[in-house]
Ligand binder design. Structure first.
Ligand code: 1CP
Length: 342
């Protein structure tokens, strides 16, 4: 039996040498897989994500085809929010029934109901761990407080989130109270996921980039830092992902975490040069490159492996894999990473 410590993914997180670099893909259990689309023809996304059995089946799905080094539990960043009494649906992204638009709306949020803190995700983690091979790591995740607030205030995913930015400008105290609640709840949630078998957790700050740096420092940093510190103090390895926010990269690099996960806009080689002594890096092939086919994918993967030092590098895309991605491109990526030292 492999010692969990020997999982490639965990060694890379701790910046220890590995026989080759680990690889996983954001949204690897998703719509580019024909078997996922077939299952989705029978069930809504919400049905898949709220059933521990179905979520486990989807979490494991990509492993029938690809030898990824980590599984990520199939859920959504909205999954824990029923604990705050929040109602939502998906079409295809989250739609919040009653968006939060005032200080009164924030005050009305109930004390967290821990029984509703995504018990299906916790169960899916336990079942996935039992089914996964010993050398595969299991990842939990949550949305960063700001990215969750983006959906709660805006009500849905909207380009550049104007309602959210207006709320931040007009109701900074209400935003502060909302982010504090989300940060405390997400810390609890990630620790629960770790106890259920998640080797590490990824915090997705997909909409980090819509504020300027000084506003981010003033409004957001304290809450993200508090979440990361609480989780770190509980001994949970942390992967911090930010999307479309190159102007915030250095600020994120100063936050407490083990892994900096960046999108394709970032010079990951430069990032590793600057912060590699204290942080592993994860990423960052442009997901659109895979639409260009296996040759384009292989070329991009080879350039990445050439540019980034192997120690402390987890290979991934710079954002979620696109639904129209050909399976041959994923095969080419896996092959290129696996053959690096062959
Ligand atoms: O099948 C479908 O139609 C549903 C599409 C879908 C899927 C597959 C949604 C709705 N969520 C998910 C799963 C999901 N969401 C995972 C699963 C694990 C994996 O394989 O990676 C994860 C990690 C998430 C996290 C998530 N949800 C993020 C952060 C990551 C990112 O992509 O930036 C965000 C921003 C969301 C919101 C969301 N949920 C769903 C969609 C389509 C979106 C984004 C688009 C929008 O805001 O409209």
């Amino acid at each position: 039996m492999t010692n969990p410590i020997d999982r490639l993914m965990l060694k890379a997180i701790q910046r220890e040498p590995t026989p080759r670099r680990p690889l996983w893909i954001m949204r690897q259990a998703g719509r580019y897989l024909p078997e996922y689309r077939a299952l989705r023809a029978k069930h809504s996304f919400k049905d898949l994500a709220t059933s521990a059995e179905l979520a486990t089946e989807v979490t494991l799905m990509p492993f029938e085809r690809f030898a990824f080094d980590a599984a990520i539990v199939f859920a959504d960043i909205m999954s824990p929010l029923p604990a705050l009494g929040i109602e939502f649906d998906f079409a295809p992204g989250p739609i919040v029934a009653q968006p939060i638009r005032s200080a009164a709306d924030v005050e009305k949020l109930p004390e967290p109901d821990r029984d509703k803190l995504a018990p299906e995700v916790i169960a899916a983690l336990k079942m996935s761990r039992m089914a996964l091979s010993e050398d595969t790591a299991l990842l939990g995740f949550c949305g960063a407080p700001w990215t969750l607030a983006a959906y709660l205030v805006e009500g849905k995913g909207v380009k550049d989130f104007p309602t959210l930015r207006a709320f931040a400008a007009s109701e900074p105290d209400a935003l502060d109270a909302l982010l504090a609640k989300l940060s405390a709840l997400m810390a609890e949630y990630l620790i629960l996921q770790h106890k259920a078998g998640a080797d590490a957790v990824q915090i997705f700050d997909s909409w980090a980039g819509v504020l300027a740096l000084p506003d981010w420092e003033r409004l957001i940093r304290p809450h993200l830092e508090s979440l990361l510190s609480t989780v770190g103090a509980a001994g949970v390895p942390r992967i911090l992902f930010l999307q479309n926010a190159p102007h915030l990269m250095d600020a994120y690099a100063s936050l407490p975490c083990e892994v900096l996960a960046c999108d394709w806009r970032i010079d990951i080689k430069g990032l590793q040069k600057q912060y590699g002594d204290t942080r592993a890096v994860q990423g960052n092939i442009d997901p659109a490159v895979l639409l260009g086919g296996p040759e384009a994918t292989r070329a991009a993967a080879e350039r990445l492996l050439e540019a980034v030092e192997p120690i402390g590098h987890i290979v991934n895309l710079g954002h979620g894999i696109l639904p129209q991605t050909p399976l041959e491109s994923v095969e080419a990526l896996v092959e290129t990473v696996h053959n690096e030292n062959a």
